[in-house]
Design a protein around this ligand. Sequence first.
Ligand code: HEM
Length: 211
Amino acid sequence: MSQPRPTPRKPGVEPWVAATLLAALPLVKILVDTTTGQLGADPVEALIRRTGWWALTLLVATLAVTPVRRFTGWNRIITIRKPLGLMSFLYACLHFLLYVGIDQFFAFSYIIEDILERPYITAGFVALLMLLALAVTSRRDSIRKLGGKRWRRIHFLIYPASLLAVLHYYWLVKADTRPPLAFAGVVMVLLLARLPGSRLFSRSLSTPVPR
Ligand code: HEM
């Protein structure tokens, strides 16, 4: 009996490779600007702000993948969700390490005080812990080890993590609250789209999701 032939892959760059490279571009720009002294008057603040902004932007992009798949019916887009999420975590780790190393000079007693007493740092820290939980359970065999139900429950943390990251941003801005409010609006729409029974973005979902 003849074996079924595997579906031939279309030539070209895999979506997840393109997504990873695109998500790495801001980091390259940050490195170039650092080495050429183009970070502005306060380089430490610029580095912390830029890594934080990209962590949040990539987190929101990760959240948007499933609604975009539902709306467009382009199922392979799902393969970019994990790399985008991991790149968001990478920027969040750099953001945190820059704060610990070059903003606080590893003064751990002050850092702990900050986490416990400054609400915007508390929110950022809890968001980071949630992203850590998502990252360590992102391997494919985690679903088997944890069981689908528990794995899905852990991965729902992406919503509170995004809301906390937006709150962190909103609490730290001193004047113009429009950027964090814009992020809040996008996160809320994406969250509503995932509620059970929501018809938002559910135009088509015909073929099974590739793993
Ligand atoms: C322990 C964890 C964290 C700490 C200690 C921390 C700390 C900071 C600090 C000190 C700033 C700059 C504040 C200022 O300029 O006055 C900042 C900005 C920011 N952080 Fe965090 N952060 C943490 C986690 C996160 C996470 C997990 C995200 C997103 C996923 C995030 C997103 C942002 C954003 C968007 C900004 C503002 C960027 C801008 O001004 O354009 N932070 N954070």
